[in-house]
Design a binder for this molecule. Structure first.
Ligand code: HEC
Ligand SMILES: [Cu+2]
Length: 315
């Protein structure tokens, strides 16, 4: 990390170019709209300065068209920016289906990344160029914010909640990665490297740093180790719902509500099982909130997701 201050960060995605264009255009619009005010101010200051002979009679001289146009034209222009930026905002909220999903856990004061194939890294994020990447992020403690200036994107990372971010980085290189939310003493040290690699280099990197265990497999092992399978397994004496096919399904809850079993629901079912109790079951599942960290939860969630269309199979 060079100590020099970057005024205009490098660009690592096409989206970054769109953000720059928006900002530059908005800057130009503001300059355009305020220039007449300052030019006229200077002009009048000279023209009507003290001692200067000028016509100071206050004639009633109205021109409705001028008055309407100087309100209406800026209004329409600014509205154009509203539509433009809203479109970008919405694009930024909707990751494509085929995105590569990585899990991010923030904690004081580091970033932990887990790749679906199992590779894990700290304060470094390797991604393949040209491929949509989705980050599912949560925090182990306080609010952090993942910020990659070269992508022009930033998203708060909150405890007990999954937030997400997606991008297509298309320029291989090494870029800065920061925490953009003051999160305690070493907040300024919570920096890392965002590394965009050509797909073949990324594959090589994965193979090199990869363990032979994927995220989901690790989750499957934890499922047994933590005793989840003792209740949720097929031969269990306890009445607990099978988790096969759960992800993505609609779950009726005690009390009549229904929810879709997304990542957040799975997370909460493990950490705070009594928050939402599946209909027809007793709230006997112990909360794991104090026993396991967000990394383990994301592994368990990955495992449950991998069982989404696995029929009735249980470990
Ligand atoms: C003591 C038995 C028991 C243990 C141990 C247990 N569970 Fe549960 N679990 C239940 C019961 C009963 C329910 C249904 C009631 C509820 O929603 O709280 C449930 C609900 C769930 C749900 C929501 C299911 C649905 O259909 O909505 C998930 C997900 C889940 N458990 C995951 C886990 C994981 C992961 C572990 C291990 C870390 C675990 N459970 C450990 C008994 C248990
Ligand atoms: Cu932070």
């Amino acid at each position: 990390m060079s100590p020099s201050i970057e005024l205009w960060p490098p660009m690592a995605s096409e989206y970054a170019g769109r953000v720059d264009l928006l900002i530059a255009s908005f800057g130009a619009l503001v300059a355009l709209l305020s220039a007449p005010v300052f030019i006229l101010m200077a002009f009048f200051a000279v023209r009507y300065r003290r001692g200067r002979r000028a016509d100071r009679s206050h004639r009633e001289d109205r021109n409705v068209w001028v008055e309407v146009s100087w309100s209406l034209i800026p209004f329409v222009l600014v509205l154009g920016f509203f539509v433009w930026s809203t479109k970008m905002f919405l694009d930024q909220r909707s990751p494509p289906e085929n995105a590569l999903t990585l899990t991010v856990v923030a904690k004081q004061w580091m970033w932990k990344f887990q790749h679906p194939e199992g590779a894990r890294e700290i304060d470094e994020l390797h991604v393949p160029a040209g491929r949509p990447v989705r980050l599912t992020m949560t925090s182990q403690d306080v609010i952090h914010s993942l910020y990659v200036p070269a992508l022009r994107i930033k998203q708060d990372v909150l405890p007990d909640t999954y937030s997400q971010l997606w991008f297509i980085a298309d320029r291989p290189g090494v870029y800065a990665l920061r925490c953009a939310e003051y999160c305690g003493t070493d907040h300024s040290e919570m920096i890392g490297r965002f590394i965009v690699q050509r797909p073949e280099d990324y594959a090589r990197w994965l193979a090199r740093s990869g363990t032979d265990e994927g995220l989901a497999e690790r989750g499957g092992k934890l499922f047994v180790k933590l005793g989840c399978s003792g209740c949720h397994g097929p031969a269990s004496p306890v009445r607990a719902p099978s988790l096969a096919g759960l992800y993505g399904s609609v779950v009726p809850l005690e009390g009549g509500r229904v929810v879709r079993a997304d990542e957040q629901y799975l997370h909460d079912s493990i950490m705070l099982p009594n928050k939402d109790v599946a209909a027809g079951y007793k709230p006997i599942m112990p909360p794991f909130g104090n026993l396991i960290g967000e990394e383990e939860v994301s592994q368990l969630v990955a495992w449950i997701k991998s069982q989404a269309d696995a029929g009735r199979a249980q470990p």
